[in-house]
Design a protein around this ligand. Sequence first.
Ligand SMILES: [Cu+2]
Length: 192
Amino acid sequence: MKKLSHCLIATIIVFGLFGFAVPGLAHGYVTSPGSRAYLGTSSGGRLNQNVGRAQWEPQSIEAKKNTFIEGKIASAGVSGYEPLDDQSLSRWHKNSISSGNLNISWFLTAPHKTSTWDYYITKPGWNPDKPLKISDFELIKQIDDHGTLPSKVVNQQITIPNNRKGYNVILAVWNISDTVNAFYQVIDVDIR
Ligand SMILES: [Cu+2]
């Protein structure tokens, strides 16, 4: 009887771990310029600290399409990613980039049929010391995949407007075509 209950407990633990790990198998994140989440991982160099679940699963910031919650733009309100919503001038490592053409690289741990890839950047005059909200951003590029399946590595070109200098935040959204969901990544950049 004692043996059986131990077995049951072990089974519950294994299912619990498995249930937690499975969502991490799918999805994707931005590796270049490194997203806020990716830069918190060991492969991203741990340039960002205390990123919550993003340290292990930068790919799982998945929520319904158009989930733009005031103060929760980076986490999309997904449980465990709350630390990504911290916002100040000094909180996050910034990728040094130039205005003009910018290559964005996604790594998809498992591709999904895609409707669009949307790219937003903070507007001139946004306040880097206030929680992010969608009205801080302007859409600068939308790429329509028409429901096709992307490869595991996706490279796309966007154009950084030349009236942006210094610290800005790029919001990259991967909209899935065969589910109601999207994946969210914010990218901290220092524009020269
Ligand atoms: Cu997925």
